[in-house]
Design a binder for this molecule. Structure first.
Ligand code: ATP
Ligand code: MG
Ligand code: MG
Ligand code: MG
Length: 467
C-alpha cells in the first residue's frame, strides 16, 4: 500500500513542529503581501517581510505547506515526470535563527529516517565555493554523493542586489531507465533521472551594487520541497502523476473520455489532471476567468485542458466533472474548499460551454484557412488572417498558433501584433468616452505611464525567481 500524501504532508509539518517551528497555514495563490507577483510560486513568498526583518511576528522559525502556481513550467506539463503548474511546496524557514547545520541535518533525517528514502540513491548538490556546507554535508552523507555545482543552479538571488546566498539541493536517482540516456547524464542533467526534491537556500549575503557580497547581519533559511515529488519518491513511483494526488482525477477523466487502459497515462491525460487541479485552486482563491491578468492565465489553462478532450473525440464540457475528484484528494488538507464545490463547478462549466461555442465557429474557419495555405504550399499564416479570427470570432491567438503548429504551419507574429495595434488605435480614435463624468485621473495616469500592456503571461518566468 502506498503511503498517502495526506500522511506525508502531516508528517513533514509535525517533524518541523517538533523542532520548534511554528506551523503557518498556506497563503492564497494570490500573494497577500506582495503586489508585484502574479501568483504565489514558492513557500517563501508569504515570508518576505520576515526575511527582511520587517515583520512584527515574534516567531523566528516556521514551517508550512504552501499552495503554489507556476506558469514558468507550463510547457513541460505532462511531458516531464516532475513538473506541475499547481503544486504544494513543503518548507521550513529561519529568520535569523538556525542555519546551515540544522537545515542539512534535519533534511537528511526527515528524508532518510521519517520517509525511509534509500541513502544510496540520494545526491546532494552544493554551491561550488560553499566550503562551509561541504564540511557539514560530509559529516552526514557519503562524500561521493556531494556534488559541487555553479551559480546557475546553486546560488539564489532575489534581484541584482539585496539578499542572496548559496543553496544545496537534494536529488534522488530515479534509475537509468528514466533518464535521457546520454553518457554524460548526471545530477546536473535537466532530464528526469536525478529528481530534485528539496532546495535548501542559505540566505547569508547582501549583494551590493558593485557586486560585492556583504555578510547579512541576520542569516535566513528558506527551503522548498514539492509534496508531489516527495510522495512519488517515498512510494517508489517514477512520476508525480502516479500518486494518490492525481490517480482519481486521471481515472475519472479516462472514464469520461472513454480511454482504454493502455492509453490512461498519456501526457494529455496528465495535463488534464494538472490543469484541473490548478483551475480548482485558482478559482477557490477568488480568481475568475477573464481576458487579463490572473483571470487570463486561468482561462488559458482551463481552455487548454478542455481542448485535450477533442483529441479523444469528446466535444462536451468535462473539466467541471473533475473538480469533485480534486476535492476528494485535497479536502482534508484544505477544509475551506468544502463550501465552494458547487460554485467552482458552475464557474468551470459556464466557461467550458462558452469556449466550446467559440471553438466550433472558429475551428471551422481556421481549418479552411490552413487548407488554403497548404494547397498553395505556403507555411506562414498571415497576421491579418489570424487577427480576423481573433477579432471577429473571439478565437484565441495562442490557440490558433497551437493548431497551426499541429498542422506544420507558423503564424506571422509581427503581422499579428501590427494588426492588433492598428485595431487598438482605431478603437481609441473612435472612443467618445464611457459616460463617466470625470476621467481626468486616468488621462493623467496615462500620460505618465503610457499604455498598459499585460505581459504577465509572456514574462511569466519572473515569477519563479523567488527560489
Ligand atoms: P526543477 O529544476 O525540477 O524545475 P526548480 O529548481 O525550478 O525545479 P525550485 O524553484 O528550487 O525548483 O523549487 C523548490 C522545490 O519545489 C523543487 O525542489 C521541487 O521539489 C518543487 N518544484 C519546483 N517546481 C515545481 C513544479 N513545476 N512542479 C512540481 N514541483 C516543483
Ligand atoms: Mg524549475
Ligand atoms: Mg532545479
Ligand atoms: Mg531548485
Amino acid at each position: 500500500m502506498d503511503k498517502l500524501s495526506s500522511k506525508i504532508r502531516m508528517e513533514f509539518l509535525g517533524f518541523f513542529k517538533n523542532n520548534g517551528c511554528t506551523v503557518v497555514p498556506s497563503d492564497s495563490l494570490i500573494p497577500t503581501g506582495d503586489k508585484t507577483l502574479l501568483f504565489t510560486s514558492a513557500g517563501m513568498v508569504q515570508f518576505k517581510q520576515h526575511f527582511l526583518g520587517q515583520s512584527k511576528d515574534s516567531f523566528t522559525r516556521v514551517s508550512s505547506c504552501q499552495k503554489c502556481f507556476r506558469t514558468s513550467d507550463i510547457n513541460q506539463i505532462g511531458t516531464t515526470a516532475r513538473h506541475l503548474t499547481f503544486f504544494e511546496m513543503l518548507g521550513n524557514f529561519s529568520f535569523g535563527d538556525y542555519f546551515k547545520k540544522e537545515t542539512a541535518a534535519w533534511a537528511w533525517e526527515f528524508l532518510t529516517k521519517n520517509m525511509s528514502l534509500p541513502k544510496d540513491k540520494l545526491y546532494i548538490t552544493i554551491y561550488k565555493d560553499d566550503d562551509e556546507v561541504a564540511g557539514i554535508w560530509k559529516s552526514i552523507a557519503p562524500a561521493n554523493k556531494i556534488i559541487r555545482m555553479d551559480e546557475k543552479t546553486n546560488f539564489w538571488n532575489m534581484g541584482a542586489t539585496g539578499p542572496c546566498g548559496p543553496c544545496s539541493e537534494i536529488l534522488i536517482d530515479w534509475g537509468q531507465e528514466t533518464g535521457c540516456g546520454s553518457p554524460t547524464c548526471g545530477p546536473d542533467c535537466s532530464c528526469d533521472r536525478y529528481l530534485e526534491i528539496w532546495n535548501l537556500v542559505f540566505t547569508q549575503f547582501d549583494r551590493q551594487s558593485d557586486g560585492l557580497l556583504k555578510n547579512l547581519p541576520r542569516k535566513n533559511i528558506d527551503t522548498g520541497m514539492g509534496l508531489e515529488r516527495l510522495v512519488a519518491a517515498v512510494n517508489g513511483r517514477k512520476n508525480v502523476f502516479d500518486t494518490d494526488l492525481f490517480i482519481p482525477v486521471m481515472e475519472n477523466a479516462a472514464e469520461i473520455l472513454k480511454i482504454e487502459n493502455e492509453g490512461r497515462n498519456t501526457s494529455k491525460l496528465r495535463m488534464i489532471a494538472d490543469h484541473s487541479r490548478a483551475v480548482t485552486f485558482l478559482i477557490s482563491d477568488g480568481i475568475l476567468p477573464s481576458n487579463e491578468g490572473r483571470g487570463y492565465v486561468l482561462r488559458r489553462i482551463l481552455r487548454r485542458a478542455l481542448r485535450q478532450g477533442k483529441f479523444y473525440g469528446y466535444n462536451k464540457p468535462f473539466i467541471n466533472k473533475l473538480v469533485s475528484d480534486v476535492f476528494k484528494t485535497m479536502e482534508d488538507a484544505y477544509p475551506e474548499l468544502s463550501s465552494k464545490l458547487n460554485n467552482i463547478q458552475s464557474i468551470v462549466k459556464t466557461e467550458e460551454e462558452k469556449f466550446l461555442e467559440t471553438l466550433e465557429a472558429g475551428s471551422a474557419i481556421l481549418s479552411s484557412i490552413i487548407n488554403s495555405y497548404k494547397s498553395k504550399g505556403m507555411n506562414i499564416i498571415s497576421g491579418k488572417d489570424v487577427f480576423k479570427l481573433y477579432d471577429t470570432y473571439g478565437f484565441p491567438h495562442d490557440l490558433a498558433k497551437e493548431v497551426a503548429s499541429e498542422n506544420g504551419l507558423e503564424i506571422d507574429e509581427d503581422g499579428f501584433k501590427s494588426e492588433q495595434k492598428n485595431a487598438q488605435e482605431k478603437s481609441r480614435a473612435a472612443w467618445c468616452g464611457s459616460g463617466e463624468r470625470d476621467i481626468t485621473f486616468y488621462s493623467i495616469l496615462h500620460k505618465k505611464t503610457g499604455d498598459t500592456v499585460f505581459t504577465g503571461y509572456d514574462n511569466y518566468a519572473n515569477e519563479s525567481r523567488v527560489l
